[in-house]
Structures are given as structure tokens and as C-alpha cells.
Design a protein around this ligand. Sequence first.
Ligand code: FAD
Ligand code: GLY
Length: 381
Amino acid sequence: MIADVIVLGGGVAGLAVARELALRGVRVTLVERATLGKEASWAAAGMLAPQVEADERDEFFDFACESRDAYPAFADALREETGVDIELDCTGTLYLAFTEEDDRECLRRFECQRGAGLIVERLTAEEVRALEPNLSPRVRSALRFPRAWAVENRKLCDALARACRRAGAEILEGTEARSVSADGARFASVETSRGTLGADACVVACGAWSSRLPIKVSDGAQESPAVEPVRGQILCYAMGAGAPLVSHVVYSPRGYVVPRRDGRLLAGTTVERAGFDKSVTDEGRRAITAHAVEIAPAVEGLRQTDEWAGLRPRADDALPLLGMSTEIENLFYATGHYRNGILLAPLTGALVADLITTGETPAPLAPFSPARLARANSRAV
Ligand code: FAD
Ligand code: GLY
């Protein structure tokens, strides 16, 4: 039986797992090297939109839809536990076509999703501009995804942190995990900047930094979870709270804009391999602005109030890494969420906690086991 667990990393993934474990009576110590929820989980746009970029139905798609469907109850539970409203916005998402190629892509997506029994609507240019009058007159057609939602991800992290504390988790901010050690083939301890911590089990949830954490296997070798950082930049504008420029999340094939309840409009993004550099670049600014203006020309007249970049954690096959290490018993991974860590928070928390407390892999987690990468690596050698 696992009685105590160390969770490494206080982003949305680590917080979601820590909360679930603590709610189930497990003693949890969460180790965060800086401040909770201030990396990718803070930089994100907060969209819960599994259908918007999908052209086929696979195990990841079903996992993502199940996590999206869990959000209303998750938001209610967090509000009950902490009083924090994570601003779940169910207005829906629009996906705009501006070119013939965009039109073809929309049609493909519509037919594939309708064929799979999913909820998606096709709109004419007039219909979509009746919904959102500030969209560009150049729009040719659009898809509407009533079940592609959004949350305020910074409030989500705040709520999760409060929920963890309320459920009894110990939170060590400003504490860096420096290495993980095994005793034989079993997890033993974590060396931190404030000393050694032992527990029955450990969860690595260090986001884009997960592969930087030395994990010492008994024969002196090191296991590496193979997660790389992929930078995403965001520009933030003031819309004015009274008259939002748009009330839906709006995508095109090149960018997106996301309205916030407080009158901010986020515009994204870039998908770049730039190492651990979190700079906002001139090239990023130019591309994001052009794509946001393509969606809604009035963005050009808005005052830019902020900008930031974050590092998405991407595994080799771009799928999440959720499950037990192939080398070390009772060492678990909850990372590699890449572009969907906010969306995947409810299911990541619940199912990784199920795995740790029961020792059984819940069926929806099986495709995301670290074993798949170990197998791929051994085939590649
Ligand atoms: P992080 O939030 O990065 O947290 C990792 C934590 O681990 C950090 O707090 C870090 O300090 C800590 N840490 C690292 N190393 C150590 C160590 N050695 N010891 C202790 N602590 C350590 N997802 C969506 O679902 N919807 C979106 O709309 C969306 N938009 C995005 C837009 C952008 C621009 C970006 C960058 C990402 C977006 N994402 C989105 C993806 C989402 O942000 C990530 O998938 C998610 O935040 C990853 O969460 P995490 O907890 O794994 O990582
Ligand atoms: N899912 C949005 C992003 O990664 O930018």
C-alpha cells in the first residue's frame, strides 16, 4: 500500500495529481523549485478544445474529450473546495476559413467529426459574422464547436494549489529536486536543494524540465523521460470589459484569439524549438499580430498590455507520458502534455491517482505509458 508520495513540479499536472492523492488520504509532499503554477501552466491560453485540431478519432482524442467532459464537475468541485471560480466558459469555439485550402480543411474536419458522431456545425460567412460582428469580412466559412470551451488557467492553478493545501498536502516552494534515486529496482528518495526526501512513491511532473532531472537507476545508469521544450508566445490586448471584441474563442488555421472575462484578449501563438529560452521575439510578435488581425481586423487598434512565452513539454511522439517508469517501480510520470495540459488536468489527476493508489493501470492511461517510448527507443537502437 502506498501511504506517502512526493510530487515533483507544481504546474497544473503536479497540482492535479497532488490534489487527487491528498483527497484520497495519501500523504503528499509537492516539491516546486520556484513558485507554483508560474511556468507553462501560467503561459497557456486555457482552451479546452480537443475537437478543434483533430482530423481523426484515436485514443488521444477520446482521452482529451473525456477530460473536457469532466470540466464542469471539476470546476464545481474546485469552487466548493476553495471558493475560486476558474471561469469555465462554455460559449464555444469558432474555426474560420479564409482561403480555398482553409475551406477544404474545414470540410474535411466537419465530415470526419460528424461521421464520428461528434457535435460540430458548419456556418456560412454571414452566419458566423452574425454571431461575431467583429470578425473579418474576408471570412469564407466557419466551423462552430459548441463543446470547445476555455478556462482561466491562472485561476485554475491557484484553485488547485489551495485545494492541495486544504486536503493536507505539504507544499515546498523554492525547493529544487536535484535527482531521484532507486534502491534496487524500487523508488527510494529525492535529493532536493533542502535535503533528502523519502516516500513510498514519487511522481515526476516537471513539465518541459522533466528530462533534465537525473533519475539514477541502480546500476549507475540514468533514465531519461525524453521530454523537450516547445516555446509558445502570447500577446495580450485590452478589449475593455464592457464590449468584448469577440465572445467566442476564435481560431484560424494560423492563430487564435481568446477573450477573458476581465476584458483581456489573448492572441497566439508560436510553436518553436528554442531550448529553454522563454523570450518573446520580434518575429513571434509579427506573426501573432498578423494572424490575430486576419481573424478580427480591429485587433490592430487595441492596446497591447502584456506578452509572454511558455515552454510546452513535448515527448518524442507528442503524446502525454502518464504511468510508471519501466526501470523503477513506484516512480511515476505525469508529464509530456504538450499543447493540452490544461485540458488534460482533470483526467491526469484522477487516473494517475487511481494508478498509484490501486496499482492497476486504468484503461484510458494504457496508450500513454512510458513503456511505449522505451520500446520505440530500443527499436531505434
Ligand atoms: P509546467 O506548468 O511547466 O510546470 C512544471 C513545473 O515544474 C514548473 O512549476 C517548474 O518550476 C517545476 N520544476 C521543473 N523542474 C523542477 C525541479 N527539478 N524541481 C522542482 N520543480 C521543478 N494547454 C491547453 O490545454 N490549452 C491551451 O489553450 C494551451 N495553450 C497554451 C499556450 C501556450 C503559449 C503554451 C506555452 C502552452 C499552452 N498549453 C495549453 C499547454 C499547457 O500549458 C501545458 O501542457 C501544461 O501547462 C503543462 O503543465 P506541467 O505542469 O506539465 O508543466
Ligand atoms: N493549445 C494551444 C497551444 O498550445 O498554443
